[in-house]
Design a protein around this ligand. Structure first.
Ligand SMILES: Cc1cc2nc3c(=O)[nH]c(=O)nc-3n(C[C@H](O)[C@H](O)[C@H](O)COP(=O)(O)OP(=O)(O)OC[C@H]3O[C@@H](n4cnc5c(N)ncnc54)[C@H](O)[C@@H]3O)c2cc1C
Length: 491
């Protein structure tokens, strides 16, 4: 392929869906990925295919970018992101839940991005083995979605504990009924985590108009006379009719900044020539603050066949905000204690992605600023108290007990509980909004409804960077939606 119509940077969750659908529509597409691009099933590392394992998200794994970050000021943390075909969908927990209608309403990104406008793409991307024939679902799309039948006694106990506390049922987490307890929709098929590359690229390997190259790190976008004409890689320039950044919420924002597209003052300070002053790049991202509430499992609990065992979304009293609770047998890789994760959806706090002052073209700085807002601390306190109530229920006592790590003295005092939260808070890795979509009237908007970057022609961003704020659910299903919807808008 001498000069592709479209060059997509990043064969991640959005990038695979986008490249595949553009190729289906007859465009010549070149997809460049920094990580490996395994071909047959036998080339994928076993831990990437195993949905019960989060070993590929551990520091040091070749499929993990393993980024340095500050979750709260002064506290360093490592943040995983996928560095392999499939991107973060190859290393994630395989929970496949759509953003809600209320998220699209709140984003108010324009008529192309209402829930009704994107519903056909949500349906097209899935084969829902439980609800596929209902009007809100699809039954012949590339991503298999299944609510695993009761994967463990832990899942049964969590469901019973929710019922004991009188919490509502929400059987279809990808439907539109009110939030509550439900079984987890997983993108898993016969014990394999179906990442975006397996779903979208594998069936198109023979397509002559789709070229996928692994091990190619893009350094920056090449702009000539106000138009993106290609990218610079370690092996030199690659030209294309149009460039799309699908390098993820960190990678795409970083590439915009080093290419001169970002807050002018910061770029000048870093010695980068300004192509377009875009104050919204990296300046106010959002993610879900999350804490793990440990529990002591009954020694009789069988080994995990899934990482996660139930999903509860609970509105906070008097607000549209929610907390998300999930019992884990073992959070992420390594020897972490079993715990119930408590995430705060719709956080008020915002983070910042910027170029490092001492090394502007090195890895970017990620400052999450989690729990800096009193409202967010209040929300997470309520979530932790709900987790403690579930762990203290008669139903849960059958399988596990609350751990001494969360004594009553901590639970009962707001200030002490805040200190406990600040010591433990981490991030749910649902980073969004580093290049937000919005109307012309919004000075913070980086892309328009067609996901075109303002101030430069021939360049789009298609990944969770463009979501104005983090949705009230995990971001994997919405990342695939972004690829599907962008392809529709581009053809
Ligand atoms: C450990 C973990 C667990 C998670 N669990 C869940 C979950 O269970 N459910 C859920 O809904 N969400 C989950 N998420 C979040 C969700 O998976 C991500 O938000 C989503 O997959 C992001 O998709 P994306 O297309 O925006 O970016 P990615 O999928 O991260 O894709 C970006 C791609 O671009 C490539 N890239 C980056 N920079 C360059 C460059 N310069 N040159 C070339 N290529 C580049 C990367 O290697 C990667 O392949 C999890 C995330 C992680 C990391």
């Amino acid at each position: 392929m001498s000069r592709p119509d479209v060059l997509v940077v990043g064969a991640g969750t959005s990038g695979c869906a986008l490249a595949a659908r553009l190729a289906d529509a007859g465009r010549e597409v070149l997809l460049l990925e920094a990580g490996a691009v395994p071909l047959g099933r036998e080339e994928w590392p076993a831990e990437v295919l195993d949905p019960a394992s989060l070993a590929a998200a551990a520091p040091g794994h070749a499929a993990n970018w393993d980024l340095a970050a500050e979750v709260i000021p002064g506290r360093a943390a490592r943040v995983p992101r996928g560095r392999i075909a499939g991107g973060s969908s190859a290393v994630n927990a395989a929970v496949f839940v759509r953003a809600r209608r209320a998220d699209f309403d709140a984003w108010a990104a324009g008529p192309l991005w209402t829930y009704d406008a994107v519903l056909p793409a949500f349906r097209r991307l899935e084969t829902d083995h439980d609800f596929g024939t209902s009007p809100d679902h699809g039954d012949d799309g590339p991503v298999p979605v299944r609510r695993l039948p009761s994967p463990s006694p832990l899942a049964d106990a969590f469901a019973a504990a929710c019922a004991e506390l009188g919490l509502p049922d929400e059987p279809d987490k990808n439907g539109e009924s009110p939030s509550g307890y439900g079984r987890i929709p997983f993108n898993v098929d016969r014990g394999v985590r179906i990442n975006a590359a397996i779903a979208y690229l594998a069936p198109r390997r023979a397509l002559p108009n789709l070229t996928v190259r692994g091990g190619v790190a893009v350094r920056r976008v090449l702009v000539e006379d106000g138009r993106a004409v290609g990218v610079l890689t370690d092996d030199g320039p690659v030209h294309a009719g149009e460039v799309v950044l699908s390098a993820g919420a960190v990678g795409s924002a970083y590439l915009l900044l080093v290419s001169g597209l970002g807050p002018a003052r910061d770029l000048r300070a870093a010695g980068i020539e300004v192509v377009a002053d875009l104050p919204g790049v990296g300046s106010a991202f959002s993610d879900h603050p999350l804490v793990y509430v440990p529990y002591r499992p009954d020694s009789a609990l069988p080994p995990a066949t899934a990482a996660l065992h139930g999903l509860l979304h609970l509105p906070l009293a008097g607000s549209r905000r929610e907390v998300e609770l999930m019992p884990w047998l073992r959070p992420f890789a390594g020897d972490a204690e079993p715990a119930v994760s408590v995430g705060l959806q719709h956080p008020v706090g915002r983070g910042r992605l910027s170029l490092a002052p001492d090394d502007p073209i090195g890895p970017p700085r990620l400052e999450y600023g989690h729990l800096g807002e009193a409202d967010d601390r209040h929300g997470l306190r309520e979530g932790v108290r709900t987790a403690a109530a579930l762990l203290g229920s008669a139903a849960f006592a059958e399988v596990a007990a609350r751990s001494a790590a969360l004594p009553d003295a901590v639970l009962e005092d707001d200030a002490v509980l805040d200190a406990w939260l600040l010591e433990r808070v981490t991030t749910a890795v649902h980073l969004s909004g580093t290049a937000p979509m919005g109307p012309d009237s919004d000075p913070g908007a980086v892309v328009d409804q067609h996901l075109r970057v303002r101030g430069v022609a021939g360049l789009r961003v298609v990944d969770t960077s463009v979501l104005p704020t983090v949705p009230s659910r995990g971001t994997a299903a919405t990342a695939i939606l972004l690829g599907e919807r962008a392809a529709e808008l581009m053809t």
